[in-house]
Design a protein around this ligand. Structure first.
Ligand code: CDP
Length: 236
């Protein structure tokens, strides 16, 4: 597989074409951003840690029957993935109240949510990723009704598997965001799963082990990501 020209560069990852139009190279950079790109820093080793973390999780989910875009780990910071048409929607599941839910509804941070809460957001930094529902997605043509149901179903299935994976390693999966895309007409899990896009707390101490350390300037960001990786058995 030969890596070709850069197709797209996002806030933390870049996408490169390959000599096969069905596949692209996902390149994980050290850039770390928050607040719709307002806070940006370079964190040493982050590209490597997230690339390997994501490869581990994507393979774990594929083993559980979740269709993912992941094909192969290429090197420390790059993976080969399916060339998908991304659905511009973020799927969020919350097991514990935190972040924007707390700000929006005034509920207590750390409140257990039973059943878990599901939310859709439009992927649009300029509009600050507004919350949307199934009607907006269908009406504005961001995805078809059957694909919306599929994304929701898969996001909940991921919750079952990952809640257990992290719980067995002494952590609480507070919430997470997934993105999906279409490849040859079918929905696949895309983007990445790493501590950049979820909240993970130590089950005993409730220490934050995710990007909230960066958002809140708590320090030890990559050290926390590495601790999570080590606890679930990711080889860095
Ligand atoms: O992170 P923030 O408080 O602004 O938003 P949230 O709605 O509480 O985020 C819910 C979960 O989705 C958290 O784990 C975020 O890290 C993740 N998320 C993300 O990865 N990317 C976004 N653009 C928004 C949320």
């Amino acid at each position: 597989m030969q890596k070709k020209q850069e197709l797209y560069s996002g806030k933390a990852k870049s996408v490169f074409a390959t000599d096969n139009e069905d596949y692209v190279v996902l390149s994980f950079r050290d850039d770390t951003s928050a607040f719709d790109g307002e806070k940006v820093e370079q964190l040493n080793r982050k590209g490597m840690v997230n690339n390997k973390f994501n490869a581990f999780i994507m393979q774990y989910l594929a083993d559980k029957g979740i269709p993912t875009h992941f094909e192969a780990l290429l090197n420390d910071t790059e993976s080969l993935v399916k060339n998908m048409k991304m659905v511009p929607v973020e799927c969020v599941v919350r097991n514990v109240a935190s972040g924007s839910l707390v700000r929006r509804l005034g509920v207590e941070d750390g409140l257990e949510l039973n059943p878990p809460v599901f939310e859709f957001f439009l992927k649009n930094d300029a509009l600050h990723d507004p919350m949307i529902n199934e009607y907006h997605i269908e009406t504005f043509g961001w995805a078809k009704a059957e694909d919306i149901s599929k994304m929701k179903e898969l996001t909940f299935k991921v919750n079952e598997h990952l809640q257990k994976l992290f719980a067995d390693a002494g952590m609480i999966l507070v919430d997470y965001k997934l993105e999906f895309g279409l490849f040859k007409g079918e929905i696949y899990l895309g983007d990445e799963f790493s501590p950049d896009g979820c909240r993970l707390w130590d089950a005993e101490t409730r220490k934050k082990l995710d990007k909230d350390r960066f958002r809140q300037g708590l320090g030890g960001v990559i050290e926390a990501y590495e601790e999570v990786a080590q606890r679930i058995g990711v080889k860095l």
